[in-house]
Design a protein around this ligand. Sequence first.
Ligand code: ATP
Length: 315
Amino acid sequence: TEPIVTIGEILVEIMAETRGNGFREPQALIGPFPSGAPAIFIDQVAKAGHPAAIVSAVGDDDFGALNIDRLRADGVDVSAIAVLPGIATGSAFVRYREDGSRDFVFNIRHSASGQLSLTPEAERVLEGAGHLHVMGSALSIPATLGLTLDAVKSIKARGGTVSFDPNIRKEMLGDKQMGPALRAVLAVTDIFLPSGEELALFTGEDDEATGIGRLLQGGISEIVLKRGAAGASHFDAQGRTDMAGFAVEEIDPTGAGDCFGACYLVCRRLGMNVPDALRYANAAGARNVTIKGPMEGTSSLSELEAFIASTPQRS
Ligand code: ATP
């Protein structure tokens, strides 16, 4: 099988230990954890047993090594992660509010991840890809945006497929190029994986069914709508499939969507039908939120089988 490839930021995440505290006063932090939405995604692809590679960059420092070592150990092809001298690996500081929502302080643009370029290794990895997964967070970085738009064009020209998870973080928006870039990717997307809010944002429609209908008409083959604790829904030309989420206690929500998307894509490429793939993807998201650290809760398929067998679904 040809690898699933993604492009984008590799970071360390450092998190506030206690809910509610802002970052305006000193406090207990834990980390560094390997992170970055594309990194979490590709780690989950590899752990689920599918060939996987990422085009990215880190600094020549411990934060970069922490990430490369983890990804390599989990089976990701790390040959297209450039190690850039003289610039730090990116970082994200996260704190949780009392209501469970999150605020981030990102250092991406002025980190190694802000300086992705088409190295010979990146070119080789992209040429070998069977499927390209695009993450909205990566499109907020100007250098990555151009590289991604080119990669999307060339994989489509070679008969490969493209999936798109907008994973929009308010802290990353604000670039004028973002809107057109997001729409350009959406125009060539085969599998779209938004949250409900992102669906409304992209279609300009408050009504879910109307928004979905418009996207399917526009040429997207599959829409997989993430509904947090409630689970997920799948839409294609054949109709709609709903799958309830698993009943778990949420410890750390970061990374759920990335694990969900990775698992859904791998299961489908392994030939699973839509309901089974949704069940595994819900399990990957749910298992991830029970474990502290964004990439600490990525799962193998056998871990997911055990999780599914032992965890009730919400009704
Ligand atoms: P993020 O941006 O935080 O990675 P997201 O907004 O892209 O996440 P969510 O809908 O929050 O995506 O989560 C993705 C999937 O993970 C859900 O569809 C669900 O299957 C699972 N999931 C997330 N949170 C929970 C939870 N609290 N309980 C059970 N399952 C969950």
